[in-house]
Design a protein around this ligand. Structure first.
Ligand SMILES: Cc1ncc(COP(=O)(O)O)c(C=O)c1O
Length: 381
């Protein structure tokens, strides 16, 4: 039996935002709609042909198009038949991978703050989550390699990495993967949540465990078409990795969901073919939004941390208030009319004295400017 986790902090803050009519920078999905061509493709896909189950690993055409896209954008090569599985969202992919690959007696290292779905999925597999805190600094968060090395034991079966990272925006660099491979036992797996892989905002290129010879065969990457194409409600993602790990994943996945929705797969397939460079335009699009939000806070004592990836930004509020982060997030929703997310719920056991909030900048420019204005006015009142 799993412990009762209660509603997530995102649901809690969104309910509060609705209650107070606040701008919602808590919700981690776009305020704007997808490209009109994708909606057209979805509408066209609503034929009787696409009304039945898709093949278990996903439409072959979509797997082939994704393989071509990954080769083109990230210089990574996959066999669509044996190394790609289309799933109803990255979250389910991660859940199934954990059920397939870890079990009682195993430990899974989570770098915290971490996306809230990881810990329950590790527990559901009967394994033990081992939280390792990332090290905060005004320049952003980084891995504390000594602490990570101390937390790895012969029982470490997997480490779950998320880059670009929710909630800090941190990116894993080539040297991080190299150091990880030096720290992990040879038998340990890497689960790499890369749902924000097309949102690298500092001009660098994606560094994935699949670029690393020593990690390629023992790592799975989790992607989300929902995140990339602003269609989170479609719940469509993919798991990429060696035939051995893909075989293990599919063994569970075929009984957990069997397949992902067919018309959404047709729609994304057509979009990948008709707009092959769409994802290359995302960094500039989101960097402008991040910079707009940061500059709208420039006159306040909220201190935005660098956000080189994802569509989240942390702000340090230690010069604004001594309240705990949950308390301040509630107060800002009520008084400033801006909902944010406190950082502490992203930890199994949060370090004392955290003074940070997460802001999502996948919002209309007018929302971002107004949110910055409201927070600045509130902090100076
Ligand atoms: C780090 C991370 N992984 C996975 C997801 C969910 O992806 P999907 O909607 O494809 O399940 C999110 C959504 O917020 C996320 O932030």
């Amino acid at each position: 039996m799993l412990p009762d986790f209660g509603p997530s902090i995102f649901s809690e803050m969104t309910a509060l935002a609705q209650q107070h009519g606040a701008l919602n920078l808590a919700q981690g999905f776009p305020e704007f709609g997808p490209d009109a061509r994708l909606i057209d493709a979805f509408r066209d896909a609503l034929s009787s042909e696409s009304a039945q189950y898709a093949p278990m690993p996903g439409l072959l055409g979509l797997r082939e198009a994704l393989a071509a896209d990954q080769l083109h954008r990230n210089a990574l090569r996959y066999d669509p038949a044996t190394e790609i599985t289309v799933v109803p969202g990255a979250t389910l992919g991660i859940f199934c991978a954990l059920q397939a690959l870890v079990g009682p007696g195993d430990e899974v290292v989570l770098l915290e703050p971490a996306y809230d779905a990881y810990r329950p999925a590790v527990l559901a597999a009967g394994a033990r989550p081992v939280g390792v805190a990332l090290r905060p600094s005004p320049g952003g968060f980084s891995v504390d390699w000594d602490q990570l090395a101390d937390s790895v034991t012969p029982r470490t079966k997997a480490v779950l990495i998320n880059s670009p990272h929710n909630p800090t925006g941190m990116l894993w660099r080539r040297e991080d993967w190299e150091r990880l491979s030096g720290v992990l036992p040879e038998s340990a797996l890497v689960l790499s949540d890369e749902v924000y892989e097309s949102m690298i905002l500092d001009g660098s290129t994606l560094e994935s465990p699949h670029h690393h010879e020593n990690l390629r065969e023992r790592s799975l990457r989790f992607l989300s078409f929902g995140k990339t194409y602003h269609v989170t409600g479609w719940k469509l993602g993919a798991v990429l990795g060696s035939a051995r790990l893909t075989h293990a994943l599919r063994n569970i996945y075929q009984f957990a969901a069997f397949s992902a929705s067919t018309p959404t797969q047709h729609a994304v397939l057509r979009f990948l073919k008709t707009a092959p460079d769409y994802a290359r335009e995302l960094p500039a699009f989101f960097a402008q939004k991040r910079d707009l939000l940061a500059s709208s806070l420039a006159e306040s004592r909220f201190r935005p941390l660098p956000a080189p990836g994802s569509y989240f930004m942390l702000v340090d509020y230690s010069e604004v208030s001594d309240l705990g982060d949950r308390e301040l997030a509630h107060l800002l929703t009520r008084e400033a009319g801006v909902a944010t997310v406190p950082l502490s719920p992203f930890y199994g056991s949060a370090p004392a004295g955290l003074r940070m909030l997460r802001l999502c900048f996948a919002k209309e420019d007018s929302t971002l400017a107004e949110a910055g204005h409201r927070l600045t006015s509130w902090a100076s009142s």
